[in-house]
Design a protein around this ligand. Structure first.
Ligand SMILES: [Zn+2]
Length: 96
């Protein structure tokens, strides 16, 4: 039995309307900090609705923040942010 399973599905590789994932994810922290304009927030929300990758990243960040906040009342350390972004970049470029 030989069945071809294409390694790169094209279904999830598009930029999901509006901002590309990279822009959305870079603005994610400002978004969560409430540091964006209403317009920017809307754009990000629109993207998050359309893009499960970014929605997951957002959920993860929200979880992280809640955890960090409850444990030591500090902001996410830069290294953690960097690692998260790196992971996301990998994820995005792998499917591009
Ligand atoms: Zn996205």
């Amino acid at each position: 039995m030989e069945e071809q399973t294409p390694e790169n599905s094209t279904a999830l590789t598009e930029d999901c309307g509006g901002n590309p994932c990279s822009t959305t994810l870079k603005n994610l922290y400002e978004y969560l900090d409430g540091a964006l304009t209403a317009e920017e927030i809307q754009e990000i929300q629109r993207h998050l609705d359309a893009c499960s990758h970014c929605a997951e990243a957002k959920d993860l960040e929200v979880l992280l923040r809640a955890k960090i906040k409850s444990s030591c009342d500090e902001q996410a350390p830069e290294s953690l942010k960097a690692r998260l972004l790196e992971h996301i970049d990998e994820f995005c470029s792998a499917s591009a």
